[in-house]
Ligand binder design. Structure first.
Ligand code: C2E
Ligand code: CA
Ligand code: CA
Length: 679
């Protein structure tokens, strides 16, 4: 045999073997229970628990009837002794399957029971077929027809009852119809042969219907399962969405939205049951500095640590959420008096007292707390939140690191602020605003170096309002740009009449620095005034720098590019590091008056002033001490090496028309200065 032929034969044999294997596998698939699809197995099992009892009952009745019609013609052992054990098995299975109805089972148990059905169908099917065929020779034509009818009805009933278990149904058709077909088709009676042919056709139709039904049933179960799985996934995603929509990702605390939902719910309940509760807002002190100096990643890390600590406080009567930034909100439902609030404040402080990782070092964190109590502080959630925020804001200014409860006094202040806000919105800046001037002098030479322009407002409705009140208000109402323009124009107009050696200092707020048009307005006004830019100095507070350091740096560069000077005001209050100063192109530093107040008593205050003076000397910056009120302060500060001063000791701010006389008096008499002119 040639090699080619040999290979072809081997190939043919392999194909045959594969075809054989394919058939075997297909048959195995049809007759086995598919454990890869547990939901299909469970559905088959549940369907059978409903159908099998009926099947056995029908089968039992059919057997009894067949036995009855053969009672006389057939020997007792064949008529009774043979079917009885089979019937006994069938009835006991019927009883079991009835008990299993509606009882949940494991997958493995269901598989085992379905397998037992296939086996029993084989055994009982074969038994009853053998019995029925054994009866044939004994009966007359009617009895033989009954046997045929019994076989047909039993197959149809069983087949329909076992439709969900394809293996069992097909097995039964095969077991009952094959011998049946052989016996009847070979019968000498044409009627029997015809019936057999009819029955076989019915069997074929039934098998086809069964296969189609089973395919549809399996597909339905799978698609139903997929649908359920998809529904569950949709539900899971919607639950997850809900969770994420209500949680702060950084700290895992409830977020602002959840806080307000909780606040509404608490308010409803408290209003219905006439109970007190408190809204507390916690704000970390100096968090902005951490962000600015160590970066946002360090800030986030700190917030995570704080969030974790505050989370541990949550519990009975205490709901903690992160509202955003470094602000946390708390709802306290157990606050029947002031004591629980103080206790809560102590708990928060205790929680935050351990050092936190900030950048590459450890630092202690403090916080301020503002509280509003229902119903005293407000009747709606917005009111309560606003009041707590007000208490927090004012607490931060006057009592940093403390708990401040919104009080009646705060209420009065809010009303007054609302009045002032209304008044400033309708004010005629040109007519109502004016500028006072306070001298900055060189005490060694009794020489006036400059005047600081200080805003004054004589409101038509409210009378005089201090700049401490209206400047922040103008910032909040975004009117500061317009206000500064009017004031600078007035200050420049006044300075035109001063000696050329005397400069003008003007305060710019944080918002001035960040506003897009400030520089062009300043440029225009300075040019129109005709004053040499070198005589003009803009004061920028340290807190303004902290608002947005990069913006401030750019603004300062632009100002200096115009030829005007820039001073850092209130130095020492904004917690900025000396590294900051180094990065800014400044001309002067003004040491905040809070250091001067203490200088007579505190060696530390004196040491700080001395350090700043040395710093200025090293960085080649001018240095002014503001807020000098007494001769003693003046002498101490002079002794520390700083001779440029501003303060009530030299002069309080005076109206523009008092400036010339003031300059004359200061320069005329050095002695008089030491005694305090114009006090
Ligand atoms: P500031 O820039 O630190 O101005 C100095 C403040 O200290 C002035 O208060 C001045 O009257 C006061 N002062 C001066 N010497 C003494 C002293 O010896 N003892 C005490 N206790 N105080 C002294 P004033 O005029 O009430 O201004 C308060 C603040 O309002 C200013 O603080 C400044 O931040 C702001 N401000 C005033 N005018 C303007 C302005 O035109 N624009 C902006 N943006 N802010 C202004
Ligand atoms: Ca100032
Ligand atoms: Ca100042």
């Amino acid at each position: 045999m040639s090699g080619y032929k040999c290979a072809a034969e081997m190939m043919a044999r392999r194909q045959e073997a594969e075809a054989g294997r394919g058939w075997r596998e297909a048959l195995r698939a049809i007759f086995s229970i598919d454990r890869r699809s547990p939901e299909l197995v469970m559905s088959q099992y549940v369907a059978l628990t409903q159908q099998i009892p009926t099947l056995y009952l029908v089968l039992g009745i059919n057997v009894v009837m067949l036995s009855f019609t053969h009672m006389r013609s057939t020997p007792w052992w064949l008529n009774l002794a043979l079917p009885l054990p089979l019937l006994g098995v069938g009835l006991s299975r019927c009883h079991r399957w009835m008990r299993w109805r509606g009882v949940a089972v494991e997958l493995e148990v269901a598989i085992a029971r379905l397998k037992s059905v296939v086996v029993l169908v084989g055994v009982l099917g074969a038994g009853f077929t053998a019995w029925a065929l054994a009866l044939l020779p004994y009966g007359d034509a009617y009895a033989q027809c009954h046997v045929e009818f019994f076989m047909a009805v039993t197959v149809v009933t069983t087949c329909f009852s076992l439709m969900q278990l394809r293996a069992a149904a097909l097995l039964l058709v095969a077991i009952m119809f094959v011998p049946f077909g052989v016996v009847f088709l070979t019968s000498p009676h044409p009627a029997m042969v015809a019936i057999a042919i009819n029955m076989l056709l019915v069997a074929c139709a039934m098998v086809l219907a069964l296969l189609r039904f089973y395919g549809d049933f399996a597909a339905l179960i799978v698609s139903e399962h997929e649908l359920i799985a998809r529904q569950q996934e949709t539900q899971r995603l919607s639950d997850e969405n809900f969770r994420l929509a209500n949680i702060d990702v950084l700290t895992s605390l409830p977020n602002r939205r959840r806080f307000f939902a909780e606040l509404e719910a608490t308010l409803d309940l408290a209003a219905r049951e006439s109970q007190r509760f408190a809204v507390a807002l916690i704000d970390l002190d100096r968090f902005k500095t951490v962000n600015d100096m160590h970066g946002h990643a360090a800030g986030d890390r700190l917030l995570t640590q704080v969030g974790l600590r505050l989370k541990r406080l949550s519990g009975e009567g205490l709901f903690v959420a992160r509202l955003g930034g470094d602000e946390f909100g708390v709802i306290l439902t157990t606050c029947h008096s002031q004591a629980p609030l103080q206790e809560f404040s102590a708990k928060v402080k205790q929680a935050l007292s351990g050092p936190c990782v900030v950048g590459d070092r450890l630092a202690t964190i403090s916080c301020s707390i503002g509280v509003a109590v229902f119903p005293q502080a407000g009747a709606t959630s917005e009111e309560l939140f606003e009041r707590a925020d007000y208490a927090l804001y004012h607490g931060k200014q006057a009592h940093k690191g403390e708990l401040v409860v919104f009080s009646d006094e705060h209420e009065v202040r809010i009303r007054r602020a609302a009045q002032i806000e209304q008044a400033i919105r309708t004010a005629d800046f040109e007519a109502e605003m004016w500028v006072a001037f306070q001298p900055i002098v060189d005490v060694r030479h009794s020489r006036v170096l400059a005047f600081e322009a200080l805003a004054r407002w004589d409101s038509r409705e409210l009378g005089p309002v201090g700049p401490d009140v209206f400047v922040p208000l103008a910032e909040r109402t975004r009117m500061i740009g317009q206000l500064s323009e009017v004031l600078l124009a007035k200050a420049l107009a006044a300075a035109r009449h001063w000696p050329v050696s005397v400069g003008l200092c003007f305060n710019l707020s944080a918002q001035n620095l960040s506003a897009a048009d400030t520089m062009s307005v300043v440029h225009r006004l300075v040019r129109q005034s005709g004053l040499a830019p070198s005589r003009i100095e803009f004061e920028v507070t340290e807190t303004a720098l902290l608002e947005d350091f990069e913006v401030a740096v750019r603004a300062i560069d632009e100002l200096r590019a115009m030829g005007v000077r820039v001073a850092l005001d209130d130095f020492g209050t904004g917690f900025s590091s000396l590294g900051y100063v180094h990065r800014l192109k400044l001309d002067k530093i003004k040491i905040d008056k809070s250091f001067i107040t203490d200088v007579e008593r505190s060696a530390q205050a004196a040491a700080i002033i001395k350090t700043i003076v040395a710093l200025c000397r090293n960085l080649n910056l001018d240095c002014v001490v503001e807020g000098v009120e007494t001769e003693m302060q003046m002498q101490i500060i002079s002794g520390l090496g700083c001779h440029h001063m501003q303060g009530y000791f030299v002069s309080r701010p005076v109206p523009g028309d008092g400036v010339t006389r003031l300059i004359e008096r200061i320069t005329a008499n050095a002695e008089a200065l030491r005694e305090g002119v114009a006090l």
